[in-house]
Design a binder for this molecule. Sequence first.
Ligand code: MN
Ligand code: MN
Length: 276
Amino acid sequence: MQSTQEISKAVSLLGLPQDNNSTFLTGPHMAPARIREALDCDSANPWTETGFDLSRAECLQDAGDVPLRDKSGDEAFELIRSSIAGLLEKGNPILCLGGDHSVTQPAVIAHAQAYPGLNILHLDAHPDLYDDMNGNPYSHASPFARLMETGSLNRLVQVGIRTLNGHQREQAKRFGVEIHEMRDLSGVNSIAFDGHVYLSLDLDVLDPAFAPGVSHYEPGGLATRQVIDLIHSFNGRLVGADIVELNPHRDPGNITAMVAAKLVKEIAGRLLKDRS
Ligand code: MN
Ligand code: MN
C-alpha cells in the first residue's frame, strides 16, 4: 500500500497544447495527445532504464491538459503559470508536454517562484534568444531572452546549439549564457549545477534523422542516446522539465512521438531519483 506522501510526490504529466507562438508551422498543439498515446503503446513497457515502474501511481500521474484552446498572449501564459504553481504547491514535480517552445516561459517562471535561484539546462538546436521575432515578444524563438531579462534565474546552460547568428551571439554574451555548441561537446560530460535545475528539451536538438517530427529541421544534431545519457548524468537536482516542439504533421509512423515518450520516461525517472 502506498502512503499519501509518496503519491503526492509522483511526477505529474501536464499537457500544454499551444502553438500560436510558432514562427513557421503549427502542429505542436496536438503533441501532448500523441506523446500520451506513445507512452501507453503496448510495444514498450513502462519502466525507466533507471528502474522506476511508471505504471505505478506513486511514480507517474497524468494531470491532463491546461485548457488553452482559443487562448493566446498574456491570458494563455497566466493560465499556464497558475496551473503549474497550483501543482507545485501539492509537492509534485512536473513534466510539461508542449506545445511550442514559448510555453517554457510561464513554466519556468512558476518553477523559479517555487525554487529561487533556479538553473536551466536547455537542449535545443536553437538558442531561442531573439529579442523578438516578427514583432511577437512571446515567440517560440524568444523564451530564454524573456526569462533572462527577469534576472530571477541563476545559470542558463545550453547544449546542442548549431544555429547561432550575430544577434543571438550578442544576446548570449549579454545574458551570460553558457553554450555547448554542437561543434564542440567536449564539456558536456562535466555539466554540473549547485542546486535546483529545470530541464527544457526542444526535440529539434536531436538530429532530424532521429526525430523528423519537428517544425525546424537542423541537421548535425544529437543522437537519442546522447540525450538520454545527459538526462541520466548531469550533476544537480532536477525539479521540473518540459519536452516541446513535437509536430505530428511531420511525424510519419509516430517515430518522433515514440522518441518523445522514451525521453518522458527517462526524465520522469530522473525527477523521481532527485525528489527529496
Ligand atoms: Mn529548436
Ligand atoms: Mn526551442
